[in-house]
Ligand binder design. Structure first.
Ligand code: S3P
Length: 166
């Protein structure tokens, strides 16, 4: 069975995913680097040169292949669950876990990590706060389709891992 971590940018999918895979002795797969390898461009370049629509298409193609594999932990990009059909595909084939984080915690985590994320890289602090609030409000209904929900706002990675092991 595969485990798929979903959640907003900056919610800790990569670091939790890596550790979870290590514990379970599963292979760890991060979707963004996989797309970058496939296209030979960074996520930022794909957005700039090919557009977001193409990026979303690439995400879907990669997701369709990943869900057919066995015993992998996948960290998805924050937009993956919000594209038509993706949560259905994930939940049909995998155990999905939503790493839930409130807007304040996300802002603190994303502020120093804007550069490699095309959707937020050029935003001022005020704009970043607004972006997180409005985008989280739009996306959460998709994230909440996950089979398990872990509140990560006030927990560190190790505490989240312990919860997942329980
Ligand atoms: C995106 C999240 C990013 C990346 C791209 C778009 C999004 O992944 O896929 O910049 O739409 O939320 P992370 O969630 O790993 O930052």
């Amino acid at each position: 069975m595969n485990i798929v971590l979903i959640g907003f940018m900056g919610s800790g999918k990569t670091s939790v995913g890596r550790k979870l895979a290590e514990k379970l002795q599963y292979e760890y797969v991060d979707m963004d680097p996989l797309i970058e390898q496939k296209v030979g461009m960074t996520v930022g370049e794909i957005f700039r040169k090919k557009g977001e629509k193409k990026f979303r298409k690439l995400e879907k193609e990669i997701l369709e292949k990943l869900v057919q594999q066995k015993n992998i932990v996948v960290s998805t990009g924050g937009g993956v669950p919000c594209q038509p059909g993706n949560m259905k595909l994930i939940n049909k084939n995998c155990i999905s876990i939503y790493l839930q984080m409130d807007a304040i915690a996300l802002f603190e985590r994303l502020k120093p990590r804007q550069a490699r994320r095309p959707l937020i890289r050029d935003l001022s602090e005020k704009e970043l706060k607004q972006f997180i609030n409005t985008t989280l409000a739009k996306r959460e209904k998709y994230y909440l389709k996950a089979k398990f929900i872990v509140d990560g706002s006030k927990r560190n990675e190790n505490e989240i891992l312990r919860l997942l092991e329980a």
